[in-house]
Design a protein around this ligand. Structure first.
Ligand SMILES: [Cu+2]
Length: 490
C-alpha cells in the first residue's frame, strides 16, 4: 500500500490502539501550513505520573502542537501570547533576521499578556527544528517541533514521526535553579540542595562505562558530573513509558524519525532497538548516513533517523535513554493489531555517557566552501557544581565579526560537565574534534564533553548580536552565555 492510501486509513486504523492521545500529536500526514499562521502560547493541564500539572502549550490554532512548514516559502507567523505571563519564543534552527530571533531584549521585548507579534522572513531550507522559550519557561514545556519539509521529503514514500523529548519536574524552574545554587547542594552523596539533586559521577575520562555514585569516586581521579537535576519524569511527546504514544505504522514501511531533544538539562541516547537505523540529518542538516541503533542527542540537538520496518507485524519501541541513569522514555511504533508490551520507565542499565564518537564520524553532505578562517576565537568553558557559575572565556577578546568573515570558534571544555553549545542565526560546521581536523556535520548545537576540544566554523551572513551559549538551561541562566557581535549591527 502506498503511504498516501495508508494515511487515509489511519482514522479507522488507530482505533485498535489502546492509548488515547491526551494532546493530539499527529505524526502522520500533518499538513504543512502555508500563508499566515497563528501560533499561540497557552496554558494547559497535563497529567504526569497520575498528577495534574499546569504547563505551557505551543502550537497552531487547530490545537496541534508545533508548526509544519514547507521549505522555500516564508515563515509568516502571528505569535499570540494567550497566557497572563510575559514570554517570547526562539525559532531554534531557523536563521531569521536578528530582530525576530526571540531572545528577550536581544533586541526584541518580551510579549506581554495578550500581545500578538507578526514574524515574516524566509523559512530557509528544510529540516527538523523546534521553537522554545529562551527563558526558564522552557522548563515548563514551552517548546514544540518546528518542522520544515522539502519537496523531496514530501515525494518520499516514507512516514514521518516526530518525537519531542523533555524533562519534567513538579517543581518550578525557579525552585530547581535555587536548589542548584544552594550552598551544600553538591555534597558527596548528592542528598543536598532544595532541588534534591543528585550527581552521577564516574571514574576517569576513559572507559566511560564504569559509573559510580559520587561518594564512590576514588580520590584524585577526575570525575565527571552527569546529571545535576533529578526530574520527576522524562517525556516523549508529553508522555511517559507508563502510557506512551503508540504510532501506527505499516508493515514493511519506511519511517523517518525526527527527534528533538527539548529537555532543559538532560542528554539522551536514542535506542532504536531491533530496528537499526540510518542517521541522515543532524540539527536539520543532511549528513552522509551513519548506520546504527544508538545515537546520542544532547539538549537542543535534533536527529533524523530513517528506519526500514520488517515485512511482518510487530511493535517497535523507540527509546531515549537518560545519560548515566536508568530512566528512559520513548514512543512505540506498532503495526495494526500488534501486541504491545508494557515497558518500565526505568531500564536495567544506565544510559551511555555521551561522547564524540558519532560526531567524529559525521560528514556533511553540503560542507562550507573551502576557506581559511580570517577570525578565530579560542574559547574556554569553565564552571563547577559547587559554585554553580558557568562561563565562556575568550582568549581573543569579545567575539566581534563583520559580514563576509569565515569565523572559527575553538572550544575547550575545562569543566567536569558536558556543554551543548548553540549559536543563533547561523549553522556552523564541526571542523575539529580534539585537534583532529574533520569535514564534520553542519549543525547549530554541538556537544563539548568534559576535557575535550571542539572547533566549528561559520560564515557571517546574518548581521546582529547573536547568542552563543550552552543549551543546558541552568548553565545558561548562571552565566554560560556569550554573543557573536557584527560590527555596526547594533
Ligand atoms: Cu553547559
Amino acid at each position: 500500500m502506498q503511504r498516501r492510501e495508508f494515511l487515509k486509513t489511519l482514522a479507522v486504523g488507530t482505533a485498535t490502539f489502546a492509548p488515547i492521545a491526551k494532546f493530539p500529536w499527529l505524526n502522520n500526514a500533518q499538513a504543512a501550513t502555508n500563508g499566515a499562521t497563528d501560533v499561540s502560547i497557552s496554558k494547559r493541564v497535563l497529567e504526569v505520573n497520575g498528577k495534574a500539572a499546569t504547563v505551557f502549550g505551543l502550537g497552531t490554532a487547530d490545537g496541534k502542537p508545533g508548526l509544519v512548514l514547507n521549505s522555500g516559502g516564508d515563515f509568516d507567523v502571528n505569535l499570540l501570547n494567550q497566557t497572563n505571563e510575559d514570554t517570547l519564543i526562539h525559532w531554534h534552527g531557523l536563521t531569521p533576521p536578528w530582530g525576530m530571533d526571540g531572545v528577550p531584549d536581544n533586541p526584541a521585548k518580551l510579549l506581554t499578556a495578550g500581545e500578538t507579534r507578526h514574524y515574516l522572513f524566509p523559512v530557509g531550507q528544510g529540516g527538523t527544528h523546534w521553537m522554545h522559550a529562551h527563558t526558564l519557561q522552557e522548563q515548563t514545556l514551552l517548546a514544540a517541533p518546528l518542522i520544515v519539509r522539502t519537496a523531496a521529503d514530501l515525494a518520499r514514500d516514507e512516514q514521518e514521526v516526530v518525537i519531542l523529548l523533555h524533562d519534567f519536574s513538579f517543581k518550578t524552574p525557579e525552585e530547581l535553579l535555587s536548589g542548584l545554587k544552594a550552598p551544600g547542594s553538591t555534597d558527596a552523596m548528592g542528598h543536598g540542595g532544595a532541588a534534591g539533586h543528585m550527581r552521577t559521577r564516574m571514574q576517569g575520562m576513559e572507559g566511560m562505562h564504569q559509573q559510580h555514585m559520587s561518594g564512590m569516586a576514588m580520590q584524585g581521579m577526575p570525575s565527571m558530573d552527569l546529571n545535576d537535576i533529578e526530574y520527576d519524569a522524562y517525556l516523549a511527546n508529553d508522555r511517559t513509558l507508563d502510557d506512551p504514544e503508540v504510532v501506527a505504522v505499516e508493515k514493511g514501511g519506511r519511517v523517518r524519525l525526527r527527534i528533538i531533544n527539548g529537555a532543559t538539562a538532560t542528554a539522551f541516547t536514542i535506542d532504536t532497538g531491533t530496528l537499526p537505523g540510518d542517521l541522515i540529518a543532524v540539527d536539520g542538516n543532511d549528513v552522509v548516513p551513519v548506520s546504527g541503533a544508538r545515537f546520542p542527542i544532547s539538549m537542543g540537538q535534533r536527529l533524523d533517523i530513517r528506519l526500514q520496518l520488517p515485512p511482518g507485524s510487530g511493535a517497535f519501541p523507540i527509546l531515549a535513554l537518560r545519560e548515566g541513569a536508568k530512566e528512559r522514555t520513548g514512543i512505540i511504533l506498532a503495526t495494526q493489531g500488534a501486541d504491545i508490551s508494557k515497558l518500565d520507565a526505568s531500564g536495567t542499565d544506565s544510559g551511555p555517557v555521551l561522547d564524540l564518537a558519532v560526531e567524529e564520524m559525521l560528514l556533511a553532505t553540503q560542507s562550507l566552501a573551502q576557506r581559511a578562517p580570517n577570525r578565530t576565537y579560542a574559547l574556554t568553558l569553565t564552571g563547577d557544581m559547587a559554585s554553580y557559575i558557568w562561563e565562556i572565556g575568550s582568549a581573543d577578546g569579545p567575539m566581534k565579526v563583520a559580514t563576509g568573515d569565515r569565523v572559527e570558534l575553538a572550544m575547550r571544555n575545562m569543566s567536569m560537565m558536558a556543554h551543548p553549545m548553540h549559536l543563533h542565526g547561523h549553522h556552523f560546521q564541526v571542523v575539529a574534534v580534539n585537534g583532529k581536523r574533520i569535514n564534520g556535520a553542519v549543525r547549530d548545537t554541538v556537544l563539548v564533553p568534559p576535557m575535550t576540544e571542539v572547533a566549528v566554523q561559520f560564515d557571517t551572513t546574518n548581521p546582529g548580536r547573536w547568542p552563543f551559549h550552552c543549551h543546558h538551561l541552568y548553565h545558561m541562566a548562571t552565566g554560560m552565555m556569550s554573543f557573536v557581535t557584527y560590527e555596526n549591527a547594533i
